[in-house]
Design a protein around this ligand. Structure first.
Ligand SMILES: Cc1cc2nc3c(=O)[nH]c(=O)nc-3n(C[C@H](O)[C@H](O)[C@H](O)COP(=O)(O)OP(=O)(O)OC[C@H]3O[C@@H](n4cnc5c(N)ncnc54)[C@H](O)[C@@H]3O)c2cc1C
Length: 289
């Protein structure tokens, strides 16, 4: 399908980008890496009257680890995350998850901010940012606010961002001693979106779970934290961790899609959750022994 005509503007500052968003209203779209927006335009799923190019905004750049806090600019590309020693050190869960995003071509171009704002329910980054309890810095050009990654996506392709706001950066607390991490994903083929992806963080003491965080993407309309499982697992050893199913099913509302029945994806989520939690438990116990 041919894209319809649209205006193209390159913003020089984030303030200008927000002003252009206000000028064009809901028909104006920010353009970062274009790896989701352009396919949507080509498929006729989005028909913006204007594209506001933010790919060269210096304010959205930068990847730094300072005082135990990792700050990732919204325009940082997946490839830069993949290659960063700071990310491997402070957020190994992110470093692991990034390998599953699309293919090398997508990772060379797609951005962190684009992934978060696009809010695909199967995307890896919103999942790991929710488990890591990241904070998103957002601006409308006049004022800034911080939004928790948990609850940022409201449903498929919908977030808490106002029409004139743009994402500036993600802030992550660096990995603390004693925590272990695990990430598991199954996709129909290499480079495709996840059918199910699971991220886990576990902190143990003497092999006993003190704290656990578990998130699942690919089921439902956004990444979900499995709160009932997280609570039930505290006080368990590896061998007596709760069976995932009853807890996961409680937290996850799965719908059939044309290729995969919901019951199958829930079964996969259950298996992947067990594997991710086991990996996280092992890393945690190795770290504290
Ligand atoms: C073949 C293929 C396979 C893929 N596989 C995966 C996968 O496995 N996992 C995965 O997570 N993704 C996958 N993607 C999507 C890819 O990761 C996109 O790059 C990403 O979703 C969007 O990032 P972008 O920078 O390209 O954003 P764009 O496409 O430029 O923008 C996407 C949306 O975000 C908005 N936006 C962008 N930046 C900002 C900002 N700073 N503030 C506010 N709004 C903003 C835009 O207005 C637009 O609505 C795949 C894409 C393709 C084409």
């Amino acid at each position: 399908m041919m894209a319809g005509p649209f205006a193209y503007r390159r913003a020089e500052t984030s303030q200008q980008a927000c002003e252009l968003l206000r000028e064009f209203g809901e028909d104006g779209k920010l353009l970062a890496g274009g790896q989701s927006l352009i396919p949507m335009i080509n498929l006729g799923l989005a028909q913006p009257s204007a594209l506001i190019d933010i790919s060269r905004l210096r304010e959205l750049d930068g990847l730094e680890l300072r005082d135990g806090l990792l700050r990732i600019g919204a325009a940082i590309r997946y490839r830069a995350l993949e290659q960063s020693g700071d990310v491997r050190k402070a957020a190994p869960l992110v470093a692991e998850a990034i390998r599953y995003v699309g293919n090398q071509r997508i990772r060379n171009v797609g951005t962190v901010g684009g992934s978060i704002a696009h809010a695909d329910p199967a995307a890896e980054l919103p999942l790991v940012f929710s488990v890591l309890e990241a904070t998103y810095e957002v601006t409308n050009g006049r004022s800034q606010r911080s939004i928790s990654a948990i609850g940022f996506a409201q449903s498929r392709y919908s977030t808490l961002l106002a029409e004139d706001e743009l994402l500036v950066a993600v802030k992550l607390p660096g990995a603390e001693p004693g925590w272990g991490w695990g990430f598991q994903e199954i996709a129909r083929n290499a480079g495709a979106f996840a059918m199910v992806a699971v991220a886990a963080l576990v902190r143990t003491n003497g092999g006993v779970v003190q704290e656990l965080r578990l998130g699942v993407a690919g089921i439902g309309d956004r990444a979900i934290r499995c709160r009932r499982y997280e609570t039930a697992a505290v006080g368990s050893q590896l061998d007596d961790l709760p069976e995932g199913s009853p807890f996961l099913i409680d937290d996850l509302v799965a719908a059939d899609d044309p290729l995969t029945p919901a019951t199958y994806r829930l079964r996969v989520a259950n298996v992947l959750a067990r594997r991710a939690v086991t990996d996280a438990w092992r890393r945690s116990t190795a770290a504290v022994s």
